[in-house]
Design a protein around this ligand. Sequence first.
Ligand code: ARG
Length: 610
Amino acid sequence: CVDMNLLAEVRKLFAPVLAGFVPDPAQVPDYLDMIKPAANADHGDYQANFAMRLAKVQGKKPPELAKAVVAALPPNDVFESVTVAGPGFINLKLKADWLAAQVRAMAADARLGVAPAESPRKYVIDYSGPNVAKPLHVGHLRSTIIGDALVRLLRFLGHEVIGDNHLGDWGTQFGILLYGYKNHRDEAAFHADPVRELARLYILVRGLFKKEDDEDDEATADDPVKEACRLETAKLHAGDPENVALWKQFMPACLEMLRPIYDRIGVKIDHALGESFYNPMLPGVVEDMLAKGIAVESHGAVVIPNAKGVIPKTEEEQQKEEPPALIRKRDGAYTYTTTDLATIKYRTETWCPNTMLYVVDTRQALHFKTIFAQARRWGYEATEFQHVMFGSILGEDRKPFQTRKGGVAELGDLIDMAVQLALKKYEESYADRKAHGHDVPELTDDVKRDIAEAVGIGAVKYADLSGNRTSDYIFSYDKMLATEGNTGTYMQYAYARCRAIFRKGQIDETRFRTTPPAIVVTHPAERALCLQLLKFEETLQSAATEYLPHYVTGYLWDLAKTFSGLFENCPVLTAETPELRDSRLLLVDLTGRVIHKALDLLGIRTVERM
Ligand code: ARG
């Protein structure tokens, strides 16, 4: 299969040369890493910055060393020019002909030049993880969107990926439901529509708490309703038959509340082994930890001291590098940590992954740091653990985003709103284009609604993915649905534009994929587009290694801009010669395919016409 990685090709040319300059051949890869895409396109396509460092080690002058390396490069048909600049930068410009040949090969490849991994790894990805029976909130949406993108990306790169939705299905919200069911239920309503009745009961009981937004489950001292709920939870966890039976009765309805959202946003998670699944394993985890001397009893509780043997006492100690952990409370209750340790054991024994990823917000950083350290001490050293953390979604007031005052942001509402606004904006732009005499398609209401659904949901997902995931971001419908700029909507337009050219020219695109014509580079815009298309592979690789989907959106944004450059400078259907027309049509078709694939890897749909 074809593997189109420009950066790798460039590095390959330098590798044997550098071996002659670096004293220890083992260091060559470090120096090769210093070949990067050029920061300024005026200077070239790639830039090698290793001369400064190498010169320092060898006590030479960087520009001289750079020149010596360049002189030692073997003749090749890759570089148009290799020049040494300033303090010893090596600027690399690739040959247009070489780029053209690579693009042609990429077009003929169904995988767009992205070869599947030579040594595939096995990943378990823990994402979404909502707490059932509570309204879903945006943090879980973010985990779902980022997790889904990583699943798609790693799978496309040839890795084996097991997605697991670590549902919060055993928590204190069930105490609330149990209390509500026992004291306030409407029997007929429950039978007619349990989903709705449980949602009503949850909100009703939360409303009876003294402090409605109180998330501290333990603080029940002067709140009788909250205390009653806590007791219901405790009874459930202790195996009280009535509560366990009710929990079993509630669960299908709770899962049913989530389903429409997953369906609507097109997310399918392989497994949903929630907290309750691990409940029977928790005593075993604690016993094993005690038996192995990893955990100790302390004042009736069971604790895993940290590596330094410290047992938590103060806030300060909690914040230590590798904090200790409570795995069984004095009252016999197990903790989030115990459950996560059981989860690690189960996943390792069942799937034996190389890597376990946890797509969970940054606020849980300490928790994951702790359990990873505990798990390693417990013997799970062969597995790589990664907390793929992400920041919060803020409202335009920079406070945590909420759809309803005082409530948890409800995802259903949020998506409805995005789709509604997408429809409105779409109809406006449609009317506008029509008024300006543009050739706009006549679309039925159904088709319009489908476009709005793709655009609205695409906008939310793209906004979630397009910033560095570790930063917070401000949720703004206006910004995310903008038709210009780095938005999902703009990328969907760019795709539709590619398709429109083929429709307009009544051209069958098949031959551009099976027997692609030659690319003729006559204008800088064509060259720029070739180069950008060829960066697809390296973009996906870095996004997958760093678990950073925003590399893909950044790539798309550059691609869309470069594509506009072609559009503005080079006539396609009316190109001067048939060869040029074919060459440009190929660039257009390939751009469309790459946008389509990149959006698909982000879980975002495209539509053929907009
Ligand atoms: N349900 C958890 C929460 O809402 C997220 C679960 C994350 N996964 C895990 N293995 N702890 O905070």
